[in-house]
Design a protein around this ligand. Structure first.
Ligand code: SAM
Length: 303
């Protein structure tokens, strides 16, 4: 006699439903729909099919070899490995970036930084010629590459302290380009930069250490601590970043755009303005992300 709970699901749809319920229980996916979406993507990876074809095949049984490959991927996901690392990619600003251990997975809120940066470049007095832009803490290169592809006037200098992260950025630049307008540099913040800069972008770690320690395993055990932990109040790195800024900026017209966490806006604004010497002609804008959080602080001076 067989126990019916041990009977393998018969169709792909049933297999996916069963796996989604497991994922929801173990992983704390937000809801069953999200868990099902993740499982469909994992199955798609195992079967080399896109998600639409996985759904379309739902009425058929899964073939044994694909099912076995899928189970291996599912086990990794159930053990809290981020979906993007298992799939080896994450979509950001309409582009598919390769990611893996050593590079932070680009987050949707960072698209707000890209949008504001493209606008700041378009409106910069030098935009008919060349706007020199730095992306500090480039990670996978998501910001630098997305901005360069959408702002033909931008010459991007993408810096990271982690050589492992820069390898991912290099892969992405090779696949997505533009190779000639994204220059990768290793080092501490702005230190490796020698050209004067018109615009500086940064998504440096900003999670306060206490909050970092309470983050789910999925982040702490897999994504680099160097990419997330921002020290006591989360703003340690931005303080050091701000102190380096004046030596690297042009005199006449420049902009700084940084990504921050919820509640950090007034502090981040003070840090930047103080480091820049409270310029008379500065305008400060806080851009909200899709959840309404003031996520990007932009300081423009001279334009
Ligand atoms: C929050 S991640 C951002 C990654 C990427 N820009 C993105 O938005 O997805 C922060 C990045 O800053 C880098 N980083 C941390 N400290 C740094 C430093 N002192 N100088 C340069 N990069 C640093 C980390 O290695 C990591 O890649």
């Amino acid at each position: 006699m067989t126990d019916s709970s041990e009977t393998p699901p018969q169709t792909l749809r049933a297999l996916i439903q069963h796996a989604a319920e497991q994922l929801l229980a173990v992983q704390g996916a937000e809801d069953l729909d999200e868990a099902r979406l993740e499982v469909e993507l994992l199955y798609g990876r195992a079967a080399d099919l896109d998600r639409v074809h996985v759904i379309a095949a739902g009425g058929h049984p899964a073939d044994p070899a694909t099912r076995e490959a899928f189970q291996q991927l599912l086990i990794r996901r159930l053990a809290h490995e981020p979906l993007a690392y298992i799939l080896g990619q994450r979509e950001f600003y309409g582009l598919m970036f390769q990611v893996g251990p050593g590079a932070l997975i680009p987050r949707p809120e960072t698209e707000t930084l890209v949008e504001a940066a493209i606008e700041a470049i378009r409106e910069h007095p030098r935009h008919q010629r060349l706007v020199r832009v730095a992306d500090i803490g480039t990670g996978s290169g998501a910001i630098a590459i997305s901005v360069a592809r959408h702002a033909p006037a931008a010459k991007m200098f993408a810096v990271d302290q982690s050589t492992e992260a820069l390898e991912w950025a290099g892969n992405n630049r090779k696949r997505l380009g533009p190779i000639d307008r994204v220059i990768l540099l290793t080092g501490d913040m702005l230190e490796p930069l020698t050209e004067p800069l018109d615009i500086v972008l940064a998504n440096l770690p900003y999670v306060p250490t206490e909050e970092y320690e309470a983050l789910p395993d999925e982040i702490r055990a897999h994504e680099p601590e160097l990419a997330v932990d921002g020290g006591d109040d989360g703003l340690d790195l931005y303080r050091r970043f701000a102190a380096q800024l004046p030596a690297h900026l042009v005199d006449d017209a420049y902009a700084i755009l940084i990504e921050i966490g919820a509640g950090q806006a007034p502090f981040a604004e003070d840090i930047l303005l103080e480091a820049l010497g409270h310029p008379q002609n500065a305008t400060v804008t806080a851009h909200r992300d899709l959840r309404g959080i003031r996520r990007i602080i932009e300081v423009r001076v001279g334009y």
